[in-house]
Write a protein that binds this ligand. Structure first.
Ligand code: RIB
Ligand code: CA
Length: 313
């Protein structure tokens, strides 16, 4: 029986890798894509989500979500990482389909209530849609199977500031609501995604066996890989978002530590995911009575990349 998932996304080149990965595996049943601002505007994220669904030939609804953070002033879109079009400036043909008339948050609520206890929310961008859904219908926290999110960092350096990762700093208030709600959250942060480097050769092999996907991914990844070459002098790119799909398929690819997460929402450390390991006590009360998050700290990089290649080839 395949696992029901909703993917919340700001596509985004690594989002595209994740979404095509999810569409291709028989282990997941993608019930819908919900979109958010982040790498790009929410309008462009929605446009790109429709492209991905049509590229995969997946009859999957797309629901447009939040266009700005809950409270902070919007930060600039990361077009230096994903390109102006979100896919490495490849100017892929526009999609034919249209998004649903219902909002992302309402789609999440309706779908979770239609399948109580069965739906996993996989979040690949800032967390405004999940926070809004919680605000509108707090009862969904008990109806969701698991929240698997790409974001944050426990001990690895951040990628926007020394302590903050992009998805969290783009909406810290939303993230704090998600980490403190009474549902099971698994955090796949930079602690593990910075251990996995996807090289262009792997995408070239996918292109040889599945031109439909490989052509798009190779074109889009070139821009993304150039960003990492220029910034970090590495030959490849980080596999951030696709790691959530690998976790949903084979969680034992990862090593997990348990603890409470709170998010700094202002000041120099804004966007920091502050991890209090289970069993440790502190005089500061902010981590008291906070639900335990599963924080991924180890990953079998080779196994995850093989799973991605096998699934897409
Ligand atoms: O920090 C990496 C995350 O931010 C990924 O989800 C990437 O797509 C961007 O949204
Ligand atoms: Ca993303």
């Amino acid at each position: 029986m395949s696992r029901k998932v909703i993917i919340d996304t700001d596509p985004g080149i690594d989002d595209a890798m994740a979404i095509l990965f999810a569409f291709e595996t028989e282990q997941l049943d993608v019930l819908g894509l919900t979109t958010t601002f982040g790498n790009v505007s929410v309008d462009l994220a929605t446009h790109n989500a429709l492209i991905l669904a049509e590229l995969a030939g997946a009859d999957v609804p797309v629901a447009k979500g939040v266009s700005a953070p809950l409270e902070i002033t919007p930060r600039p879109h990361a077009d230096f990482v994903h390109g102006r079009d979100g896919f490495g400036n490849i100017n892929w043909p526009a999609p034919k389909g249209k998004a649903l008339d219902v909002s992302a948050a309402q789609f999440i609520i309706d779908t979770v209530k239609a399948h109580p206890g069965e739906v996993t929310l996989i979040a690949l961008g800032p967390l405004g849609n999940l926070a809004t859904a919680l605000e509108m219908a707090p009862e969904i926290a008990n109806l969701v199977d698991e929240v698997i999110l790409m974001g944050g960092t426990a001990i690895e350096y951040g990628n926007v500031s020394p302590v903050a990762e992009a998805n969290i700093i783009n909406d810290p208030h939303a993230a704090d609501k998600v980490f403190t709600a009474n549902w099971q959250v698994t955090m796949i942060g930079l602690d593990v995604t910075h251990q996995v480097l996807l090289e262009i050769d792997l995408l070239e092999r996918i292109k040889a066996s599945r031109p439909k996907y490989g052509d798009f991914l190779c074109q889009a990844a070139k821009y993304y890989i150039k960003f990492y070459k220029d910034r970090l002098d590495v030959d490849g790119c980080f596999f951030h978002d696709a790691s959530t799909i690998a976790y949903a398929m084979e969680p034992d690819i990862f090593g997990i530590e348990l603890g409470a997460i709170r998010v700094a929402c202002e000041g120099l450390a804004i966007g920091q995911t502050i991890f209090a390991p289970e069993g440790m006590t502190f005089s500061e009360p902010h981590w008291d009575c906070v639900p335990i998050t599963q924080v991924c700290m180890e990953v079998d990089s080779k196994r995850m990349l093989n799973l991605f290649e096998e699934t897409l080839s």
